[in-house]
Design a protein around this ligand. Structure first.
Ligand SMILES: [Zn+2]
Length: 394
């Protein structure tokens, strides 16, 4: 029997793979197969794309948060925003977002997922809701696009999923995958989460987390060796996005404050780190903002054509106007960070530097891309995973 071992590394650009920091991965890529992955301009939608094999224009998931349609009663609950307001007193970002999460989970009985991991200004918090309120691993389909796990179940393929542990971090989940691999399930997914945090905090300069990379590399080596001892193994290792250095910060609150139009009265806005999305009361205000934003040199407003090029769902719940930043800029503060300053960021509409792109590596028997393609697309990864456990590469 051949088993499939998928190792998904959050926020690992190709640049991190070096002979010094990650010798096992470095040689794996050389001896086996490797390729760039074409980055996808999506947030929550990236994971949804490679576990449904459909672009965001089909499965409909793009950002973490969308405009609330007010079917949720919480939106009308003013005490909710007052309680959330109190969390602002905590000052430290992690403490604030964890407290919000606990309020959502235990007072409002809301969060089965990552609800509340945000720092949306408290007076705006009722206006936004999670785009995908459950983990992709618990969903049979996303807007009628079946997930990989649904397909596996239908085909009678046994699988295990090992995600970053909430307590004990990556080392705890590593012990878990070592146990899971002993079960010899046909498909095994292992997600490594730590690099996203490190990359945001320090930027993609690996000297600050050389030891973390070494640890990850050792763990992968131990895991693959163990899997191969039990059974013939197809190994698929990939990252979901890269990480680019941040050079400049834009304070959007300061830009918006002196304008003649006011938030809530005239418009709503949501600041993701690399873009801002607006909803307007009327067309006149919409035009005013488009004209104002297009004067800035650090980004631009998305055109209708770009929605198709970038595979963004054309749904007003994601904003009537979207302004995207050029690589290297971030909005600070945004609706996820208030005091902590990010030195690395991903999620740019047009990433430029290939060094910071995501990558994929597989064992040699797997077909990585069609002969006419120089890179792998996220929807190809779905096919690679499914083909591997359907016996195509045995
Ligand atoms: Zn991140």
């Amino acid at each position: 029997m051949v088993i499939t071992l998928v190792i998904m590394i959050d926020a690992m650009p190709k640049k991190y793979i070096t002979e010094e920091s990650t010798p096992y991965l470095f040689n794996f890529g050389k001896d086996q197969k490797e390729s760039w992955i074409d980055p996808l301009f999506a947030f929550r939608g990236i994971e949804t794309t490679f576990f449904t094999g459909k672009w965001p224009t089909s499965h409909g998931v793009w950002t973490e948060y969308e405009l609330n349609n007010f079917s949720d009663k919480r939106a009308l609950d003013l005490t909710y925003s007052k309680i959330i307001n109190l969390t602002d007193l905590l000052y430290e970002d992690n403490l604030m977002s964890i407290t919000r999460y606990l309020i959502n989970r235990y007072i409002y009985n809301k969060a089965t997922y990552n609800s509340g991991i945000n720092l949306i200004p408290s007076h705006l918090t009722n206006y936004f809701t999670l785009t995908q309120n459950r983990s992709i691993f618990d969903m049979p389909d996303v807007n009628s696009c079946p997930t990989l796990f649904n397909q596996l179940t239908k085909s009678g393929i046994k699988y295990s999923i090992t995600l970053p542990a909430k307590i004990g971090g990556d080392q705890a989940s590593f012990q878990k995958i070592l146990k899971n691999i002993e079960k010899k399930d046909e498909f095994n997914l292992y997600k490594i989460g730590i690099l996203d945090k490190k990359g945001h905090k320090y930027g993609p300069d690996t000297k600050y987390f050389h030891l973390t990379l070494k640890q990850i590399d050792n763990n992968i080596k131990e895991l693959v060796t163990k899997a191969e001892k039990y059974s013939e193994t197809n190994v698929i290792i990939f990252s979901d996005h890269g990480m680019a250095p941040v050079n400049k910060r834009i304070d959007l609150f300061t830009i918006l404050k002196p304008l003649k139009y006011e938030p809530l009265r005239d418009y709503l806005f949501f600041i993701d780190s690399t873009m801002v999305r607006f909803w307007f009361k009327d067309e006149k205000i919409h035009s005013y903002f488009r004209e104002l934003l297009n004067k800035f040199t650090f980004g631009h407003c998305l055109t209708i054509d770009e929605y198709d090029i970038l595979k963004i769902p054309r749904d007003p719940k994601y904003g009537q106007l979207v302004f995207v930043l050029d690589e290297g800029y971030i909005f600070h503060p945004d609706f996820f960070h208030k005091n902590s300053v990010m030195k690395g960021m991903h999620g740019y509409a047009y990433p430029i530097n290939k060094e910071y792109f995501p990558f994929i590596m597989t064992t040699r028997n797997i077909t990585l891309n069609e002969p006419d393609k120089l890179k792998v697309d996220f929807i190809d990864i779905y096919k690679i995973m499914l083909d591997s456990c359907s016996g195509k590469y045995n």
